[in-house]
Design a binder for this molecule. Structure first.
Ligand code: RUB
Length: 297
């Protein structure tokens, strides 16, 4: 897929979810390299830079996009077009392979933490969370899931259908019912778009409210996040841009004359409300996540 096609699909959310966005961006740069030939290295470098800019300007919140593009661009080394192309292709392949491997490792770690008989509540649609729940189910554990609808875009429908198809006992609930159903919940599991150095999790709007409800009832909160979801250089989440999407995703504004409508689609959950972050390197408290990742680099 070319850069423009990929950018359009990310913007329109045909490609969505932080991991998918990162892999799609890496793949688009790889395709650009595969399609480029017979040009000066400077020209190719310029095409790459334009591609990075176009992809970066799609959605602002998930750091996976920036981290994927940075990882692939690190491969653009050499004096000839062939060297540059090979470097970009190899770096994109490495990023994508690492991403898939990371998801598999997190799935194993997360499934192991899901107890037989547990009732889980999840929000939005995280591919790694869905995989983990299905793995626990496939291990023979008798589990139940509450999946929030996830207004306004309805990612919870994707989650519910995927779990039901896999045979998991899943109940779809409206977002505002999360506190009610917390009384029957043993474990909350979220994905993440970005995690800052201090362990703040930026994920789908509503995540922080659900985390608060979980804390009220001492229900543990797990976050599944590959290490490329960390913005290691950001110590505070204030600098993470929260995407605000079209108000039409909420309601036709013509039906709401004189009413302002806001549609921020992510929020920031502070580390105090999260018990454990599961990365491919292991499970840690939010306060220790940065240290764990730095010790591996
Ligand atoms: C998706 C979302 C997901 C994370 C993690 O938001 O908030 O929880 O991206 O997903 P959107 P994954 O639908 O707006 O992209 O685990 O698949 O990376």
């Amino acid at each position: 897929m070319n850069i423009q096609e990929t950018a359009t699909k990310i913007k329109s959310m045909e490609i969505r979810g932080a991991g998918n966005i990162g892999r799609a961006a890496a793949s688009a740069l790889k395709d650009l390299a595969l399609q480029s030939s017979d040009m000066a290295p400077e020209m190719f470098q310029e095409l790459l830079n334009d591609g990075v800019e176009t992809l970066t300007n799609t959605r602002p919140t998930a750091v996976t996009l920036t981290n994927a593009l940075t990882a692939v661009m690190a491969g653009a080394k050499g004096g000839t077009i062939e060297e540059l192309k090979c470097g970009v292709i190899a770096a994109a392949d490495r990023f994508i392979a690492h991403s898939i491997e990371a998801i598999d490792k997190i799935t194993d770690l997360c499934a192991a933490r899901i107890q037989d008989g547990a009732t889980i509540l999840t929000h939005c649609n995280s591919s790694v969370v869905v995989k983990s729940i299905i793995k626990a189910h496939d291990q023979g554990k008798n589990i139940k899931v509450f999946a929030t609808e996830t207004r306004p875009w309805g990612q919870g429908y994707i989650t519910s259908r995927a779990l039901a198809e896999a045979g998991v006992d899943v109940t779809l609930i409206v977002d505002s019912a999360a506190r009610t159903f917390m009384a029957e919940t043993d474990l909350v599991i979220f994905g993440a778009d970005t995690i800052t150095g201090n362990g703040t999790v930026i994920n789908k709007i509503g995540t922080s409210q659900i985390a608060l409800c979980a804390r009220e009832r001492s229900v543990p909160v797990l976050v599944c996040a590959e290490t490329y979801k960390f913005a290691m250089d950001m110590d505070s989440a204030d600098s993470v841009i929260i995407e605000e999407r079209d108000k039409k995703e909420i309601i036709d504004p013509d039906k709401m004359q004189g009413v302002k409508i806001r549609n921020p689609v992510f929020d920031r959950t502070p580390p105090e409300l999260i018990d454990t972050i599961i990365t491919e390197l292991g499970a840690v408290s939010p306060a220790k996540a940065k240290e764990l990742i730095e010790s591996e680099n």
